[in-house]
Structures are given as C-alpha cells and as structure tokens.
Design a protein around this ligand. Structure first.
Ligand code: GLC
Length: 721
C-alpha cells in the first residue's frame, strides 16, 4: 500500500476509529481468542466497548497460528475499513525453543550467537502468528538487586550495543516486508530503566544528562541504527518526568535528534501511571501528556480511548497529533505487508514442523554452553570418566531453568541437569538426591543428600534462584543463595569430597558461602530449554567453558552498584601514596567486586605475548593498530575472549579507569597461537563533555589488553589532534 493510500485511509477514518488504532489490548478482549494469552502486568477493567475492540490496532500476548488466524479473520470481518491487527508479544530469548536469558547471552561475548537465537525465535514466533516482539531489552544494568538484570546483556555500553544490533538483525533480518519469518523488533525500555534507585523495580531514576548519554543511551541508539522498528517507553522518570510523558526525551531526543519515526508504545499501563507518578491529575491529563510526548500506542490502559475525543473537541489536542500516530502504526502494518497478507507468517503446518525442532534445540544447546561462565575450578572439572557423581540440589531435576520471560516455552520440555548427565555418564555412575528445596530443607532431604554424597567420588550441587526470584517485579535486597542451599553446602563440606556447584540464577549473586567452599563453580544463569544438556557437556569436558562475565559479581550487596568502568576519585585507595584511612574505601569489605567484568575460566590455559602498537601516537586520520599474540598453552581446545580497554588519562570531565572498546572471541587448538590485531580509531576515544559535545581530547591514553577487565597488559599512547 503506497504512502498516499495510507494518507487517504487515515482521511476515511473517523476520530474514534483513529483513536482505537492507538489502543493495544490483551487477548481476552478479542473474538476467536480462546484463552487469556500472556499477562505480564496488572489487569484491570478497562471499560472497553465492542466498538473499540473492533477498531483497535493491536493485541499483545497472543500466539498460535490457528488462534491468530481466527482472531485476525474475525477482526477483518468486524473492522469497517478492514485494517488488520498487529500481533505483538514478548519473545525475549526464544519462543518455544528457549535460549539462555540475555544476561547469559551477553556472557557469551558472541553477538553472532545472539543474532542466530533471535532469528530462530522470530521463525518460531512468526509461523505461530506473531508480527512484533517486545525485544531486545537493552537497559544497562549495574545493580544485581534488580530482578530484570537477567533481561539485559550487562554493564557495558559497548558490549550492550553490539548485542542490541545483533538481536535486531536476528529478529528483523534485512527484508521485513518480504520475509514473513521475521518479526519487527521493539527496543526497550526507553530510557535507563535499569538505573532504578536501590535496584528496586519501577523506582525513581535520576541522573545527569551526561551520564544518561554516556552510559545508558548508546545501546538504544545502536538498536535504532540497526533499523529497529519500535521503541517501548520505560516505567521510570528521566530528569524528573516519567518517560511515557516526557516530551524532552521522546520528541526532542528520540524523534528530533535521533530521527526515529517509528512506533512508540507505552509499557504496560505506563500512560495511566502518570497519575500515581504525580504528573497527571487524571486519565485525561495522562492521555494529554502521553500523546504530546509522542506515544503512539497505549498498552493495556484506556486513557486514550476515554479522553482523547474530548481533548480534541476541546482543542487541547490537535487532531494532527493523532493522525501522525495512526500513520506510524499503519506504516508499520504496511512494512509488515499486513494489508496484503494479514495472516503474514501464520502457518499451522509450518508451526508443527519448525517450532521446537531439533535444529533449533541444538542451537539453544550451543548458545547455553557458550553462555555459561566457569567461576572457579580447583582442577575438579571436567569430571573424570570413572568418577561416581552425586547430583544434589533443587535444580538437579528442575525444568525451572528457562528464566522469567519464557511464557511460550515449556519447563516440562526443558532438559534437566539430571537428564543431561544421565546421557553422558554410564549407568550406575550417577546418584541423585534433592538435598533441599529452593528455599526449604527437611531432615530427610539432608540425610538422603549426605548418603548420596558418601557413595560418590564427586558432588555436583545444582543450586540457584527459582524464576519467581528474578525477572520483572523480582528485586531482592539480599542477593545470596537462599539459606537452606547455603546450609546444604555447609553440611556436605565436612565429607571432604570434591564439590562442584552449578548455579541457575538471574543475577550476579553474593557468593559468600559458595565460591569459598566449593572446589568449582559453574554459572549457568537460566540456560533455557537445553540448559541441562549444555551443563552436562561442560561438566564432562565435551565442551570447554568460554563464557566471560558481562556484569560484575559484587563482593557483597553493600558494594552495589559495583561496575568495572568506574572513576578513580580524588582519593583512590590503591594510589602509591594512599593514606591508611582517608581514602575511598570500606572499613569492612574491599572495593573490588568478587569477580570482575570480563572474567571467566577455561579448562585450558591461554598465554599472552607482549602487546605491540603500530605507533606511540595516533591522530584522527591515523588509527592505532594493537597486536597481541595469544597461545593455547593447554591440552584442550578452547575459546578465549581477548578484551581491549582504554583509559583517557585526563579528560574535560572525569573518565573511567577503563572502557571496553573491542573484543575478539577466538578458538584455539592445543598449542595453537594466533595474532589478534585491533584497530583503534579517534572516534572510539570520543565522550560526552560537560557541555554534552561528543568529541575526543588530545593527550595521554592507556591501552589495556587481556583476558578480563582486571588481568591486562597496559601500554601508553598519545592522541594528537
Ligand atoms: C511488562 C514489561 C515489558 C513487556 C510488557 C508487555 O510490564 O515491562 O518489558 O514488554 O509488559 O508484556
């Protein structure tokens, strides 16, 4: 449908029909939908008439080819102008084949893997009738108390940006109109939802514009530069105004400065939440502020429907604001080809054949294996062929390893650790016991665990957080493992058997009582449908762990927020002339995280040669080349993530001690050596100055290359301008 046709379509629409296009409803409102679909927020009676449903523009949380076809067919019959529905849902890390949560994927340091996972998710979701996914979530996170850190790829703006691009490429492909097996992506939550005070979900966010632009905005911009079709507003305030009613953020920055002319959708109820935020007296004012901010679709509340007509008739809202919103929505439907093919990719036959197929499950297993991070290993892993293994813990036989955003997945279909190990270990070698629940323990469970452990040569504990302890509205003030699980470790320790802990969790945890007591710790996060199979491949050495942390593990929750790209302060504790007391430190814990950004172990050893620079100076037209040789000095093939950081020694504002600027994940066979060359450009040295200008400063820099943010070789160079 040409743009002129869209214009004329809008002209033929009544004001009520146009406003209904701006309304997104959950599944139960629609004829032909048998069940409630995915409900991800507070439901409320919306006072919606049948006419509004007939004219609404989109539905969220509907999946299933037959269901979508039934709902779309009914809608096209009932809608006066035959405008098709947009079918949207959260397909964040997989549809039926669930991939590792994004925080795990970020630890793979493999954007190609993320792209593939999104491509598969789009294929499965599109044949099941979906058009749009509310992903990628690219909120930068520094506070593991927040339940949604599992949905982010971590604490670094550059790494998050690389993954944001990859997810958008995977979801959308490069021909969204022609390829019905792709989804329109919706980057979220704009903006800085991950910076809620106290790590408490939905809490206040307040930071300088410079901080926002330097750290929190790059990944959203990267997604949009990759062509992301939609943006979702955040629940929080930005500069004192809730994002969903924030003209400065949405009109001035997102649309004018960045040139985004796609669809902006509110997060669940965020339009009406302008009232409790205290910037709208009533729903009419909430509707006024949201439409003025440029929010095109109101999700799951009915301020637009109930109040825009009168706001227009009173002249407080110009109808052109509504026309532009409708036009953006209809343009998206056009780009998706919905006017010609309203069923788009919905195909029950293809659904049966492709959803959760072996090829997709294999990809999920590979992604899980590459996302797990080996945090400790006192030479007890990989397990040895003849060892008898006692597998104990609440996650030994649990399918609750999909993570909180897996509503279309099935825990019952997940491969558990027990199933994975049974397929690897010869019969009789695996002894199992529950040991405890996630947050409880009985004497009997403990006795059975002790008995199993006594019969074994090595203990494997599968511990963690259940999916209710993470995800949206899942903030925790104390981020240790639940006490019964710590008690289980304590009670097994005196047996003096090698003890391996595998963690299933959605956030960096306070690992006191775990890392100090276990002989090995494998961080599996929520690894998805094939998680148990991947963990078994890693424990038995079939696959060599290659994950590296994309978010720091705090020494204690008292340190939070703790992140690698922090400033030096005027009284750095580790300065050569630092005093004993009057420096930036805690009296009771170290400043450093327990495990740093970029950290992860392997079953093999990688050695680094001396870094070589192409010059001691660089300039805007003379980039710097940095070469380092990496050797696999062990007897097992493995993947290393070579990381490159810089430090601007003196800026117009304070600059971080280190900033990730490049990385390379490379596979090395035993004894193999590879030279890794990075090219550093002047653009990569730019940052936001106090006047928000984005430029580099001539002067002294350090360059650091190594295996994680703390274990690097440092050299110096100058930037000449
Ligand atoms: C939820 C989440 C958002 C999700 C939306 C629709 O409240 O904040 O990420 O996309 O509702 O399910």
């Amino acid at each position: 449908m040409a743009d002129q046709q869209l214009f004329s379509l809008v002209e033929r629409m009544t004001l009520e029909e146009k406003i209904a296009q701006l309304m997104q409803l959950a599944v139960p409102f629609f004829e032909g939908a048998e069940e409630s679909g995915q409900i991800t927020g507070p439901m409320e009676s919306l006072g919606i008439t049948d006419e509004v449903v007939r004219n609404s523009g989109s539905v969220l949380g509907l999946a299933g080819a037959k269901k979508v076809i039934a709902v779309q067919e009914a809608h096209l019959r009932n809608n006066r102008l035959g405008i098709p529905l947009l079918i949207m849902a959260d397909i964040v890390h997989g549809f039926k084949t669930i991939f590792p949560v994004p925080l795990a994927m970020g630890c793979s340091w493999d954007p190609g893997l993320a792209e593939r996972s999104a491509e598969i998710a789009a294929l499965e979701a599109s044949v099941s009738g979906l058009h749009v996914t509310f992903a990628p979530m690219v909120d930068l996170v520094r506070d593991p108390r927040w339940g949604r850190v599992m949905e982010s790829t971590g604490e670094d703006p550059y790494l998050n940006s690389e993954f944001a691009r990859a997810f958008v490429r995977g979801f959308q492909g490069n021909d969204l109109s022609g390829d019905v097996h792709r989804l329109a992506a919706c980057v979220k939550h704009f903006a800085a939802y991950g910076a809620g005070e106290g790590g408490r979900d939905y809490n206040t966010v307040d930071m300088s514009e410079r901080q926002l632009r330097e750290y929190y905005l790059p990944a959203y911009k990267a997604a949009l530069d990759e062509g992301c079709e939609m943006v979702m507003t955040a629940f929080n305030t930005v500069h004192g105004v809730p994002a969903t009613g924030n003209k400065r953020l949405m009109r001035d920055l997102l649309r004018s400065e960045w040139g985004f002319d796609g669809v902006l959708i509110s997060d669940w109820g965020a339009v009406k939440e302008l009232i409790p935020h205290g910037v709208a007296e009533d729903e009419a004012e909430a509707a006024l502020k949201a439409i003025q901010a440029g929010v095109d679709i109101e999700m799951m509340t009915s301020c637009y429907i109930h109040h825009l007509p009168e706001l227009v008739s009173e002249g407080r809202v110009d109808e052109s604001l509504i026309d532009e919103a409708v036009l953006r929505i209809l343009s998206l439907k056009k780009r998706l080809g919905l006017f010609e093919r309203p069923m788009r990719g919905a195909d029950p036959e293809a659904e049966r054949e492709l959803v959760f197929c072996d090829e997709h499950r294999h990809a999920a297993r590979e992604a899980a294996a590459k996302s797990c991070v080996l945090l400790k290993n006192n030479s007890v892993l990989p397990l040895q062929p003849e060892q008898r293994v006692a597998l104990i813990g609440p996650f030994a036989a649990s399918g609750d390893i999909l993570g909180p955003w897996s509503w279309t997945g099935s825990k019952e279909d997940a491969v558990t650790v027990e199933q994975g190990l049974r397929s690897k270990l010869s019969s009789g070698r695996l002894i199992t016991a529950e040991g405890c629940g996630v947050s409880s323990m009985t004497e009997q469970q403990l006795e059975e665990a002790l008995k199993a452990a006594k019969e074994a040569d090595v203990i494997v504990l599968a511990l963690g957080e259940d999916s209710e302890m993470s995800g949206e509205a899942g903030s925790r003030a104390f981020i240790t493992l639940p006490e019964p699980q710590l008690e289980l470790i304590k009670r097994l320790k005196p047996l003096q058997k090698p003890m391996v802990v595998v963690l299933f969790n959605g956030r960096p945890l306070d690992l006191h009582g775990v890392l100090d007591k276990a002989d090995a710790v494998l961080e599996a996060w929520y690894p998805g449908s094939e998680g148990g199979a991947a963990v078994a491949e890693l424990l038995t050495g079939e696959v060599n762990p290659s994950g590296r942390l994309s978010m720091s593990f705090p020494y204690s929750v008292g340190q939070v927020p703790v992140y690698y790209n922090h400033f030096n302060t005027g009284r750095p504790k580790d300065a050569p002339d630092a005093q004993e007391r009057y420096v930036s430190q805690y009296l009771d814990i170290p400043n450093e995280p327990l495990l740093p950004f970029g950290f992860g172990l392997s079953y093999t050893d990688f050695s680094y040669g001396k870094m070589k620079l192409s010059a001691e100076e660089m300039s805007p037209d003379q980039p710097l080349e940095i070469t380092v040789s990496v050797t696999n000095a062990g007897d097992m093939a493995g993947e290393e993530v070579v990381q490159l950081y810089i430090r601007d020694m003196s800026g117009e504002v304070v600059r971080p001690l280190k900033e990730l600027k490049a990385f390379r994940k490379l596979l090395l066979q035993p004894g193999e050596q590879q030279d890794v060359t990075f090219t550093l450009t002047e653009e990569q040295l730019r940052y936001h100055h106090s006047d928000l200008s984005f430029e580099s400063d001539a002067g002294q820099f350090c360059i650091m290359v190594g295996r994680n943010s703390e274990d690097t070789e440092t050299r110096q160079f100058k930037l000449r301008k």
